[in-house]
Design a binder for this molecule. Structure first.
Ligand SMILES: Cc1cc2nc3c(=O)[nH]c(=O)nc-3n(C[C@H](O)[C@H](O)[C@H](O)COP(=O)(O)OP(=O)(O)OC[C@H]3O[C@@H](n4cnc5c(N)ncnc54)[C@H](O)[C@@H]3O)c2cc1C
Length: 461
């Protein structure tokens, strides 16, 4: 059996330009690894695609041999769907070309790019499209699930800026999707995850941003959490679209602007970014400083690309991660009290609770315009369970689940599929809400055999 497999994969190698990595190869363990160390899967083979044609060949090969397929973009997905056991892992991470047409304000992006690749290419022209807040995240997975970050209140979700996509479909064919071509597929790709095919090229609309932006952190003691969170909740309801402020509560990392005795203590941090003229931004952020008596702050004008990387040191790969997430229309007093209660008993120094603020432009798109439909979500809370050793699994997972359950009564409908863990299959229908039926019909049309099922799966039957 093992020999037959080897021979079959050897034959496959002759059909692709990229490498095919097999168990036992020197780089097998490195290439199969993904961001979340909780997920440790061993594919039968990993094809490291270098072109669209490689992807087509990979899909046809997997079909012919009835192999389970997983697709890896940036490999950041918390559920670990980029890797599979005993199947074919289609690794796109070497496909990193970005072409920017500055005049037309468009970027064409290959699916192996991480956010830093796209930001670097677009910022060379003073342009950007809304992406996430950790620069090592994959553009592909982030986009296909919706995508939000510092620029989303001003310019919308990442999917709101997607103009077209090139897709390798479940039958190994090619399709283009845009408002004008295969509009139903385009509707599904914008939030429907990897359910409908493998995107080999994304085309994004770009906006003038920076290249310097006013951004940074203001850090408060945890015993002021109630006052800080309450004022954060009210302030973010009325702030202008160009301003974004997120809240993170965790144990203080050893940030140089914080006194040493604060390192390792619980804190409440406000992270902010102003996408307009920094002088105007300075006036707008002034009230944040009076939310409490801060331990310290590090706020200033810096390159947008630097701010996009500010959280990278806290989010490196290799740790164990288990996340839970709710959407909120409004942060009620009860929600705030529950956040403070659980932030007061973080089970590991790496765990955190963060509230990403969206709203603004993200809320001005019709809920049925595309598969991503949580247009009423003004806040996305991530219960970010993160720790280092398997011995801590039980304690940390229990904390995340308990807090998730306790905060559920204050949450709104829908959920962000890019934050769902691998044991949340039953939440997929809830996450899509009223769009779910339409997504099932689309899945029946584009992937009736559920060939693409290593994802937040929309079942065709
Ligand atoms: C540290 C961290 C920070 C994050 N911050 C943010 C944030 O600020 N904003 C935000 O919106 N999200 C954020 N996320 C969530 C992120 O959007 C998802 O984890 C996303 O799935 C990552 O995409 P990826 O390509 O890296 O993942 P992968 O694990 O490679 O892929 C994710 C899923 O998409 C599928 N897929 C990947 N590429 C393709 C493709 N080309 N065609 C079809 N299907 C494909 C995969 O099969 C898999 O099911 C964050 C995640 C992490 C781990």
């Amino acid at each position: 059996m093992e020999q037959l497999q080897r021979a079959t994969f050897d034959e496959f190698k002759s059909h692709v330009r990229g490498d095919v990595v097999l168990p036992g190869d020197a780089n097998y363990d490195e290439v199969r690894q993904i961001w979340n160390a909780m997920v440790d899967r061993k594919p039968a083979a990993i094809v490291r695609c270098t072109s669209r044609d490689d992807v087509v060949q990979a899909v046809r090969f997997a079909r012919r041999h009835e192999l389970l397929v997983s697709v890896r973009g940036g490999g950041h997905n918390i559920a670990g769907n980029a890797a599979c056991d005993d199947g074919l892992m289609i690794d796109l991470s070497l496909m990193k070309r970005v072409e920017v047409d500055a005049k037309a304000r468009r970027a064409t992006v290959e699916p192996g790019c991480v956010l830093a690749d796209l930001d670097a290419a677009t910022q060379a022209h003073g342009l950007a499209t809304p992406l996430g807040i950790n620069s090592t995240t994959g553009v592909a997975g982030l986009t296909l699930g919706g995508g939000f970050g510092w620029l989303s209140r001003t310019y919308g979700m990442t999917v709101d800026n997607l103009l077209s996509a090139e897709v390798v479909t479940a039958d190994g064919g090619l399709a283009h999707a845009s408002e004008l071509e295969n509009a139903d597929l385009f509707w599904g790709l914008r939030g429907g995850g990897g359910n409908f095919g493998i995107v080999t090229s994304f085309e994004f609309h770009l906006h003038p941003v920076g290249p310097d932006v006013l951004s940074g952190l203001i850090v408060f003691p945890f015993d002021q959490a109630k006052a800080v969170l309450t004022q954060f909740a009210r302030f973010t309801e009325t702030m202008p679209d160009e301003l974004n402020v997120w809240m993170v509560t965790r144990k203080a990392p050893p940030l140089p602007f914080l006194p040493e005795q604060v390192h390792g203590k619980e804190i409440v941090a406000l992270a902010l970014c102003y996408a307009g003229d920094p002088t105007a931004g300075e006036k707008l952020i002034e009230p944040l400083r009076s939310f409490g008596k801060a331990y310290g702050e590090h706020v200033g004008v810096q390159p947008y690309t630097a701010w996009q990387q500010a959280f990278d040191p806290l989010l490196t790969r290799g740790a164990r991660n288990y996340w839970k997430s709710h959407n909120f229309v409004r942060l009620s007093d009860d929600a705030i009290d529950t956040i403070i209660e659980y932030a007061g008993r973080l089970p590991s120094p790496l765990c955190e609770i963060f509230i990403g603020t969206i709203g603004g432009q993200t809320a001005r798109v019709a809920a049925d315009a595309m598969a991503y439909s949580s247009r009423d979500a003004n806040y996305v809370m991530n219960v970010h369970g993160r720790w280092e050793t398997a011995a801590e699994d039980g304690r940390c997972i229990a904390w995340a689940r308990e807090f998730f359950a306790r905060s559920q009564p204050f949450a709104s409908g829908g959920a962000y599929i890019n934050f769902l863990t691998q044991d949340e299959g039953e939440r997929i229908e809830f996450a899509y809400g009223a769009m779910y039926g339409r997504l099932v019909e689309l899945k029946k049309k584009y992937d009736p055999g559920n060939f693409f099922r290593m994802n937040q799966n929309i079942k065709p039957d």
